[in-house]
Design a binder for this molecule. Structure first.
Ligand SMILES: [Zn+2]
Length: 349
């Protein structure tokens, strides 16, 4: 426990700080901060013998600033949601970490892509405008009269801390914030989901995490460009062409199967042998899947007129499959395809 602490203790969705406390011959890596009897206690792994006396507590600056960006962005997000969706939007929960933010709010049904776009644009406009924040201590009644937003679930004292982004938002809040909205850099929504009836959740990133997010997407795009061998900027057209080509090929393959593989089935029939007076065709064929193999079986049955056919294929999914067909006249005489398959399976062991 320190007389004065730089550590923020989890409150209003903003998670506790981490950092370290360095004393004479000892240090503590702080990984948890808790309120104990109204005072703030820092907990963590100690190295050396911890003694009371002078100590220096630090919170990594980058980490703290990332959190401040995300925290201030939730104020902008809250205001933007109310502007785009309506005054029924109220905060239902929030998580502010260094690498991301999560904001739960009351609203029926998913947001349309257009609404999400509008919300994101509004938040980024607030960032680009570079608005200076003001923080004031005020009597609660006065703050509420001025229109400050508060949480129904939170208990506030007589004197409250009012965090204003002039012209955009005014909230009762005890968290840490940037001084000017421009420090947030950029705001990017990464997901919008429903978590309960009438409650939606938006997850977003700002600053460094947003840059990482954009970079990861850029890398992915470059990989796709490379895979489909598309020059930069033409990947969509290239993929469109590939999809169309694939569709055309599938159609041609289907037609080919239906018409007996363009002569392939006929040559199988010609190569068949006669066993005990019955035509027998057995062959390995190339078929991508079961419907294709079945189509070939149908074609074979038609073309051999009278006989027994067995086709074996390795599908694209790696499965080996055999199919037996029997012409109508032999079937009428009691020859059954499933019996042939069973005997073949038994013979194959
Ligand atoms: Zn705040």
């Amino acid at each position: 426990m320190l007389r004065e602490t730089p550590f923020y203790v989890e409150s209003g969705g903003q998670i506790s700080d981490r950092g370290e406390i360095q004393g004479e011959g000892w240090r503590v890596d702080v990984d948890e901060v808790r309120r104990v009897d109204g005072r703030i206690a820092a907990l963590g792994k100690a190295t050396g013998k911890v003694e009371s006396g002078r100590a220096r507590a630090t919170v990594p600056r980058d980490r703290r600033r990332d959190t401040e960006r995300n925290h201030t962005a939730t104020h902008l997000l809250h205001a933007a949601l109310r502007k785009v969706l309506g005054e029924h939007v109220h905060q239902q929960g929030s998580l502010v970490a260094p690498d991301r933010l999560r904001f739960d709010f009351s609203h029926h049904g998913p947001l349309t892509p257009q609404q999400l776009n509008e919300v994101e644009t509004l938040v980024n406009r607030g960032i680009l405008d570079g608005v200076q924040l003001t923080i004031e201590q005020k009597p609660q009644a006065e703050a509420k009269a001025a229109g400050a937003m508060s949480l129904f679930t939170e208990k506030y004292g007589d004197i409250v801390r009012v965090v204003s982004i002039p012209g955009i938002s005014m909230e009762l809040c005890g968290g840490t914030h940037v001084r000017n909205t421009s420090e947030i850099g950029v705001f990017k929504i990464v997901s919008e989901t429903g978590i309960a009836a009438g409650v939606r959740r938006i997850e977003a990133v700002t600053g460094r995490a947003a840059l990482d997010y954009y970079r990861a997407h850029e890398r992915q795009l470059q990989e796709i460009e490379h895979l489909v061998r598309a020059p930069s900027g033409q990947v969509v057209r290239r993929v469109q062409t590939l999809v169309e080509e694939r569709r055309a090929l599938e159609k041609r393959l289907e037609d080919a199967m239906r018409t007996g593989g363009g002569g392939a089935i006929k040559s199988l029939v010609d190569q068949g042998s006669i066993v005990n007076g019955v035509k027998v065709v057995a062959a390995n064929v190339i078929a991508p899947d079961l419907p294709a193999l079945q189509a070939m079986g149908d074609a074979l049955r038609e073309q051999m007129e009278s006989g027994v056919g067995v086709l074996a294929a390795s599908f694209e999914n790696g499965k080996n499959t055999m199919l037996a067909v029997v012409s109508d006249d032999l079937r009428d005489r009691g020859v059954r395809a499933d019996t042939i398959m069973r005997e073949l399976a038994a013979a194959a062991g």
